[in-house]
Write a protein of this length. Structure first.
Length: 183
């Protein structure tokens, strides 16, 4: 799935405050969701639909620009980036209504648990200085928990957009009542 832009805001109240701007990025791995749980998928569409699942591996990949500080050390880069999240649990609530017999998802609220691991690879750090870039990447990966915590709300918004698009595509071509017909 491609997203035109994703902005991860810096957190000025955190010792790790990195702002990242992505353009034309890929988010891979959503179709491999495991341990899926669905609740509230009923014929009357009164309550939100709960979707829960675990992504064995989610990858965010694409060009970025970033700046900020990590524990007081400067962080600056522009280039290609890859963020790999391992065993990421997502919980989403889909709010929708029926329009002309089709389910229209108005809003998706989504939360993310702390994954088992996050690995960051930022290219183009410090104007391409390999030694500084390798050191910064190692430092960021050693502190992945703190960095993930500072970015997870913005990441969740991006994943929610994708879930909304997937459900819109999946449900938009089928009359909702057809999903509940008895065989």
């Amino acid at each position: 799935m491609r997203i035109n832009s994703l902005i991860l805001q810096p957190n000025p109240n955190s010792p790790i405050s990195i702002g990242l701007k992505f353009k034309n990025i890929e988010i891979l791995g959503l179709m491999n969701t495991q341990n899926v749980r669905v609740e509230g998928f009923t014929s009357d569409v009164k309550d939100p639909i709960l979707l829960e699942g675990t992504l064995p591996q989610a990858i965010i990949r694409g060009p970025y620009e970033g700046s900020g500080t990590v524990l007081g050390l400067p962080f600056k880069g522009k280039g290609d980036c890859e963020i790999v999240l391992t065993n990421l649990k997502l919980t989403g609530h889909l709010h929708g209504k029926l329009i002309n017999g089709y389910l229209s998802i108005d809003d998706v609220s989504l939360t993310m648990s702390l994954p088992d691991k996050v690995h960051f690879k930022f290219g183009g750090l410090f104007d391409g200085n390999k030694d500084l870039g390798d050191t910064a990447n190692a430092f960021v990966n050693d502190n992945w928990r703190e960095i993930f915590e500072s970015m997870k709300d913005d990441m969740a918004l991006a994943f929610a957009k994708i879930v909304k698009e997937i459900t819109k595509t999946a449900l938009g071509s089928v009359q909702y009542k057809e999903l509940f017909k008895e065989q």
